[in-house]
Design a protein around this ligand. Structure first.
Ligand SMILES: NC(=O)c1ccc[n+]([C@@H]2O[C@H](COP(=O)([O-])OP(=O)(O)OC[C@H]3O[C@@H](n4cnc5c(N)ncnc54)[C@H](OP(=O)(O)O)[C@@H]3O)[C@@H](O)[C@H]2O)c1
Length: 302
């Protein structure tokens, strides 16, 4: 398949592009800079220059492909707290891609987060069948899933808050590490018994490929390996890596100590991937988050 990918030059893309190439697909990535274009070329992909605001460019690139994967997200806006700008750009990009693919039965794999289920008030691990009516990133997830009715084989991969590996240079794990270095302690919110799921980048990338190749239309998928690790244990593992103590902060103090992570840090988000594993025969094989935090690469590079 000739696959158009937004965000191909990023963290998840750095595992996904090689995986797709190894499985016989060709890749055209959206590149908004010379540096991103050079990375794509190095990984054996073609590129089309443009950014998420160039909706005509997105439509044209999607029309020229056999399938589309949408990974790009305005993390720059998210990190300055402008969540709505990031989400609006995401939804507009998804709309442009759906315009281009309507009636073709081609696959379109979108991206969402398991974190949305942390706000659903569930008293059990979240499943692929759990949905939310609307909100940050949820509107795009629902729009992409519903676009199955327009003759597109849509699916959405919900990623956990921490997708980890040596390829991860600016996700939530490096961010926690950067804040811990600055604070002199590794912070968690409240008693830290809230749980976060996680997945290795290479396992997540394989799920995107399987979704592209064979997910049924209108499917939500969970890229989850560790169902839920207490955030306090993650903070303690980071503390060990930096030789710093782990310490609780209150929700009110969180913005001071963990900046843009504050709105996410307190959510309890245990998440199951049982349905995804069964549906696509996807079984994570790479090391878990705590195993990786016991190695030194995050502390050398973050
Ligand atoms: N990694 C995680 O732990 C995690 C967790 C939950 C959800 N997600 C979601 O998964 C997706 C991929 O994440 P990631 O970790 O691979 O992110 P990343 O490393 O930050 O990569 C983001 C990609 O989007 C591109 N991009 C950003 N703004 C753009 C714009 N305005 N126009 C065009 N391209 C733009 C970047 O291009 P440049 O290379 O030019 O910067 C890069 O290719 C995102 O939607 C992210 O929010 C990730």
């Amino acid at each position: 398949m000739r696959v158009f990918i937004t965000g191909a030059s990023g963290h998840v893309g750095s595992a996904l592009v090689p995986d797709l190439r190894q499985h016989g697909h060709s890749v055209v990535g959206l590149a908004r800079s010379d540096a991103s274009a050079a990375r794509l070329t190095e990984w054996g992909a073609e590129f089309v220059r443009g950014d998420l605001d160039d909706l005509d460019g997105l439509r044209a690139a999607a029309e020229g492909a056999d399938g589309v994967i949408h990974l790009a997200f305005r993390h720059d806006a998210m990190m300055t707290g402008d969540l709505s700008a990031a989400a609006e750009t995401d939804l507009a990009a998804a709309r442009a891609i759906v315009d281009a693919l309507a009636g073709t039965d081609k696959p379109f794999v979108g991206t969402s987060g398991t974190g949305l289920l942390g706000r659903a008030g569930l008293d059990r691990p979240g499943t692929e069948d759990d949905t939310m009516p609307g909100g940050y990133r949820i509107d795009t997830e629902n729009f992409v899933v519903d676009a199955a009715a327009k003759g597109i084989r849509t699916s959405v991969v919900r990623l956990p808050p921490i997708t980890h590996s040596t390829l991860d240079h600016h996700g939530f794990a490096p961010a926690f590490i950067t804040f811990a270095r600055r604070n002199g302690f590794s912070a968690y919110v409240g008693d830290g018994t809230n749980r976060w799921p996680s997945v290795h980048t290479i396992d997540a990338a394989r799920l995107y490929r399987l979704a592209l190749e064979s997910a049924p239309a209108g499917t939500r998928l969970h890229a989850v390996a560790d169902e839920g690790i207490e955030v306090r244990r993650i903070a303690e593992a980071i503390g060990r890596g930096l030789d710093l103590p782990a310490r609780s902060v209150t929700p009110e103090q969180a913005p001071e100590y963990i900046g843009f992570l504050a709105p996410f840090a307190g959510i309890d988000n245990p998440t199951s991937a049982a349905r995804t594993s069964e549906l696509l025969d996807w079984h994570p094989t790479y090391p878990g988050l705590l195993e990786e935090l016991a190695e030194d690469f995050y502390f050398r590079t973050a």
